[in-house]
Write a protein that binds this ligand. Structure first.
Ligand code: GAL
Length: 483
C-alpha cells in the first residue's frame, strides 16, 4: 500500500474548471490569487502616485491658480468648510525681490546659516537694503492697542513691532502661553530682552544679558498688558544660574491643580551654552513673583531648547533637545511638576530638531520643530504621534503660502508654542520668533493660523501612499485676525 504523506507536495492541486464547447480551460486558484494581489498593488500604487502628484504640486506652486487647486483639494479632506476657519486658510503669496549683489559685512558671514540661501543672507545682514521687509521700523509698522488702528484693530501683523497696552514693544521671546482657567485670562511668558546684544563670546552665539522672564496678560490674545518681570535676573551673585551673564531661554508655565502652584520650566545655560540645563521656578500666582528652585541636567543629559506640555489627564511632560541637539528627549514630570521622573524616551534620533512646540487634537499629538542653525531661520517640520512618548512620524514642512523661501525658513522665524484656538477644534495659533541676531531685543513675533486636517504632505512609504496622519498646515498672512 502506498502511503500518501500529508504534505504540500502531494496534495492534489486545487483548480477551477470551466468546460465550454471549445474545450476545457483551467485556471489555478494560485494564479488567480497572484493576479488579484498584483492588481491590488497596482491600484494602490496608482492611487499613491496620484496623491503624491497632488502633494508635489503643493511644493512647487508659484501661481495662485495652482495654489487654489491645491487648496480646494485640501478642503475635500478638511473640516475647513467652517466659515470661521475659511478665511484663516486663504493662501497668500508674498513677493520679495533681491537687491543687487554687494559685499557683506564681516558679521553677516559669522551669522551665516548652514545652507546659504541668498534671501537668508539678506535677512542676516543688518546692512541689507531690504532689511525693512523683515524688520519693519517702529514709525511705519507697529501695531497694538495704543496705535490708531482704524478698522484694523485686532489684526496681527507678523514681523511688525507689537505694542502692549502701554505702547511699549512686547518683550516675551521664545515664549509660551498659559490659559488660566480660574480667571479665564491668557498669560504670555517669554524672554525679556533689553540692552545690547554681545558678540564677544568665542564659542557661544550672540546673546543679551539676562533681565528675566516677562509676563503679559490678555483676554483676547491681541491686547497684552505688561505684568512685569515675574522672574528676575540676579545682579550680584555670579555663581547664581540667573546671574545676568548667563542665559535664560524659552520659559514655559503650567498650572498644577494638585499643588495649586504655577510652575515655570526654562532653558538655563552659561554664556557659551555648555551648562545645557533646565531650571524650575514656582509661584502662587500667574503674575509671580516666581521663586527660582534649581537647575539640573534632566535624566543626566544635556538639555537646550525645551518645552513642557500638559496633557488632558494632568500628566505633564518635558521635551528637550539633547545629545548635542541631535535627539529630542521626552519624559513625564513628577505629579507636582517640579522634577522629571526616571522615565524618558529618545525620539527623532539623529534628526537635529529643536524649538519644540507640542499640541494635541483628537487624541493625536503633534509637534512642530526647527532644525539647528542658531539664530538663523530654517525649515520647520511637523511630526505626529499616537503616544506622546513616540514613535513620532514625520509629516513634513507645515508652512503654506508666502513664497518658497518663506516656506523654507518658517517665514523667517522659529517655532516656540502652539495655542489651541478657543471654540474652533483643529485650529490653533502658531507662535514663532523672528530672531534679530544683530539686536536680539528687536526680535519679532510671527503668529499665524495653524490647522490640522487633510493628508500629510509626505505620506509614509510603508503605508502605500495612504496618509496615516492629518497634515499640519501653517498659513502665511501679512495681516490676519482671529475669527
Ligand atoms: C537657537 C535656539 C534659541 C537660542 C539660539 C542661540 O537654535 O532655538 O533658543 O538658543 O539658538 O543661538
Amino acid at each position: 500500500m502506498r502511503i500518501m504523506k500529508n504534505n504540500k507536495y502531494n496534495k492534489k492541486p486545487t483548480s477551477l474548471h470551466c468546460n465550454d464547447a471549445g474545450g476545457g480551460c483551467r485556471y489555478s486558484l494560485l494564479t488567480i490569487i497572484i493576479w488579484t494581489v498584483v492588481g491590488f498593488f497596482l491600484v494602490v500604487h496608482l492611487v499613491s502616485l496620484y496623491s503624491r502628484k497632488d502633494n508635489n504640486i503643493h511644493d512647487d506652486v508659484s501661481s495662485s491658480d495652482q495654489l487654489q487647486v491645491v487648496h480646494q483639494h485640501q478642503h475635500q479632506h478638511l473640516h475647513l468648510h467652517h466659515p470661521v476657519v475659511h478665511q484663516l486658510v486663504r493662501v497668500e503669496e508674498e513677493i520679495l525681490r533681491m537687491p543687487p549683489p554687494r559685499k557683506r559685512s564681516p558679521r553677516t558671514s559669522k551669522r551665516r546659516s548652514r545652507k546659504p540661501i541668498p534671501l537668508v543672507e539678506e535677512f542676516l545682514d543688518d546692512k541689507s537694503p531690504i532689511r525693512h521687509l523683515f524688520f519693519p521700523g517702529l514709525k511705519t509698522a507697529a501695531f497694538g492697542p495704543t496705535k490708531d488702528m482704524g478698522n484694523e484693530t485686532s489684526y496681527y501683523f507678523p514681523g511688525k513691532i507689537w505694542m502692549d497696552t502701554e505702547g511699549n514693544p512686547i518683550q516675551a521671546h521664545g515664549g509660551g502661553i498659559l490659559l488660566d482657567e480660574k480667571s479665564n485670562t491668557y498669560y504670555w511668558y517669554g524672554e525679556y530682552k533689553d540692552g545690547p546684544t554681545y558678540h564677544a563670546h568665542k564659542r557661544g552665539p550672540a546673546r543679551v544679558d539676562i533681565i528675566g522672564v516677562g509676563c503679559y496678560s490678555s483676554k483676547d490674545l491681541w491686547t497684552w498688558k505688561n505684568e512685569g518681570i515675574v522672574l528676575g535676573a540676579e545682579e550680584t551673585n555670579k555663581t547664581h544660574d540667573l546671574h545676568k551673564s548667563n542665559v535664560l531661554e524659552r520659559p514655559k508655565v503650567i498650572y498644577s491643580e494638585k499643588t495649586q502652584k504655577y510652575v515655570m520650566w526654562m532653558h538655563i545655560d552659561d554664556a557659551n551654552y555648555t551648562k545645557a540645563s533646565v531650571g524650575v521656578a514656582i509661584s502662587d500666582n500667574p503674575t509671580g513673583p516666581f521663586e527660582y528652585l534649581y537647575s539640573k541636567r534632566p535624566h543626566g543629559f544635556d538639555s537646550r531648547d525645551m518645552t513642557v506640555f500638559k496633557d488632558d489627564d494632568g500628566v505633564a511632560y518635558l521635551i528637550y533637545s539633547s545629545e548635542v541637539n541631535s535627539v529630542l528627549h521626552i519624559g513625564p514630570l513628577t505629579e507636582d511638576y517640579l522634577d522629571v521622573t526616571p522615565v524618558m524616551k529618545r525620539v527623532m534620533v539623529g534628526q537635529h530638531r529643536e524649538a519644540p512646540s507640542i499640541f494635541k487634537h483628537q487624541k493625536v499629538y503633534y509637534m512642530v520643530t526647527s532644525w539647528c542653525t542658531g539664530w538663523a531661520p530654517n525649515e520647520a517640520l511637523a511630526h505626529a504621534a499616537e503616544s506622546i512618548m513616540g514613535p513620532w512620524e514625520k509629516l513634513g514642512n507645515p508652512c503654506i503660502g508666502g513664497n518658497k523661501v518663506f516656506r523654507l525658513t518658517t517665514f523667517f522665524a522659529q517655532s516656540t508654542y502652539v495655542i489651541p484656538l478657543p471654540g474652533v477644534p483643529g485650529a490653533f495659533i502658531f507662535m514663532a520668533d523672528r530672531w534679530n541676531p544683530a539686536d536680539l531685543r528687536d526680535s519679532r513675533y510671527v503668529w499665524l493660523p495653524l490647522v490640522i486636517g487633510g493628508p500629510a504632505d509626505q505620506p509614509l512609504e510603508y503605508n502605500f501612499g495612504f496618509p496615516m496622519w492629518s497634515r499640519v498646515s501653517i498659513y502665511w498672512h501679512s495681516k490676519w485676525r482671529l475669527p
